[in-house]
Design a protein around this ligand. Sequence first.
Ligand code: NAP
Ligand code: SF4
Length: 674
Amino acid sequence: MSQPYPHLLQPLDLGFTTLKNRVLMGSMHTGLEDKAKDFDKLAAYFAERAKGGVGLMVTGGFSPNMQGWFYPFASKLSSKSEVPRHRTVTDAVHENGGKIALQILHAGRYSYHPLSVSASAHKSPINPFKPFAMSGWGIRRTIAAYARCALLAREAGYDGVEIMGSEGYLINQFTTKQVNRRDDEWGGSVENRCRFPVEIIKAVRRAVGKDFIIVYRLSMLDLVEGGNSWDEVVYQAKAVEDAGVTLLNAGIGWHEARIPTIVTSVPRAAFAFVPQRIRSEVKIPVIATNRINTPQIAEGLLSSGACDMVSMARPLLADPDFVNKAAAGKAETINTCIACNQACLDHTFKAQRATCLVNPRAGYETEIVFKPVAAAKRLAVVGAGPAGLAFACYAAERGHAVTLIDKAAVIGGQFNLAKRVPGKEEFHETLRYFGERLKATGVTLRLDSQATAASLKAEGFDEVVLATGVLPRTPDIVGIDHAKAVSYIDVLDGKVQVGSKVAVIGAGGIGFDVSEFLVHEGESPTLHAEHWYREWGVDATLSARGGLVPKQPTPPAREVFLLQRKDESLGKNLGKTSGWVHRATLKDKRVQMMGGVSYDRIDDAGLHITIKDQPRTLVVDHVVICAGQEPFRALQAPLEAAGVKVHLIGGAHTAGELDAKRAIRQAAELAMVI
Ligand code: NAP
Ligand code: SF4
């Protein structure tokens, strides 16, 4: 069989060592790095990915000293006593044929503690603590700490280190004028501002010797006001290359940037043009990152010369066997990362352990284990949404005989609605994955099929799992039966042609999704990078400082009012790392977001509301109801009355705050023990 991804699977000779392919697993802080007792779990997490064929992996960030840690007692490598726990990780990786580098990350003014330091005493807009400006002596001591950390990494068995010089962390705080206001040898000219990373790399190289990988994560596009110009980025790239870097990894956007760089609505490989430009400026291999989530995309970038390696972090959380599956020509069986951030980055930024919405085993490799069953049961699963699909596949994988029944003609439940929302196209991939997985695990799939308590009883299933999901809540509003009031399901399904003025009742995840659906018309910017750059103001010509140009959002397709009863800002409970993107999109589309609303009635005139005792009529053509969900579990009582053992998962279990993350995780936990 000819190799379908020849460039992706081609080894990379670094002179003193060879990487077996062009896949770098980018750094992703899992939270397991922070406690010594979790290192066995961290080792299992990396071992699984090494076994899955990744060329080089990078750990989550470890600070070289206490000042640079994210928060007190977060991950750090600065003393010999911390080395043995890392051996568990490096041994596990090497036993499984992999290579691993430790990321050295000093958070600078992004640290959550009152003793944080930076190039200058300027607070970040996303952190409450004002940093102290480092003294010249403090800078020299910090450089020595980087070198010591790298040496300890080498002693711990790592194959290299990655020095984090992007996303707005300490090194960035030195390299950009916006934060570095110093007038000594560490500030001012580009040469002075880059002295800090250059001296770090020289010191690290001296400490670790020639045969050790040093990856430098260079902020190639800051995406913040006053960020570096392209000439300054190129200067830094060349300077760190001369100082001894082995591989140059692309960093795109600081954490405080207000342009999304990795959420699901960012086009795939949207930022690959940046490392592509750097590649012509340096001789060392360059790594492309951000929204690369399939072997096809990765192969395209490598074969077109955009980069020498591709970095993927979340796609390898979603599927540790990504590389092996690609190599076996079975890319369609990859569990694709949908870039939702819900279980990985949203967890990290809430100091919870990172995992994955589509793969709840990520980070839980030693805890969620699907052992083969001793005695197979005949299980019926009713409902082929995310919960039912995941349960059916996991249970069948263990050896149970599983029949999955749904009244719809296709699998997916509410995911079929989500995938119609512009910017949520990735949801198609999860349905494709489950389709393949059902076949591989031998689940009997019955679509267009209405299960009843009598039919399930008659078939003699040992146990029944109800994954029947939710029903939209119908709020108690006068006129709710008026023709103007429509369900979000009919809107997303295209059953209702929505007019030019619309009110949306309910501002949860679905109210936001529906509003985005209503304001967009025509092509989804996510599928057209040039369009997306205009929407967000990204300078794809790399002429503007920081990569920023004024936004040019296309005018909204409709006038939309998004409403909630709570008197607080809308979208507060959306994802930590993605909620701001949804709010910014709707703001750009001039959606009027209103809280503290009471709904008086719906009639021919539109929607009558009261806000702060002031009655008002929204003259709209339609009122779309997105007022949350109620569990749908009509089969539970009759099945139990008939003596059948019933389990509830997903929305059928609890509708409030339901999301696919909880549904799939619940499915996995039940499948593990049933
Ligand atoms: P939801 O997040 O619970 O939001 C329901 C909305 O309806 C709230 O804004 C609520 O606000 C309002 N509401 C509740 N009861 C009402 C009533 N009786 N009358 C009028 N308004 C009422 O539910 P959802 O939007 O249906 O989403 C379902 C789940 O899917 C959510 O948990 C969400 O996390 C998930 N989801 C997530 C995303 C995402 O982007 N991460 C996208 C889509 C869906 P008030 O009570 O203040 O009026
Ligand atoms: Fe990707 Fe979402 Fe999983 Fe994170 S939680 S790895 S973004 S699918």
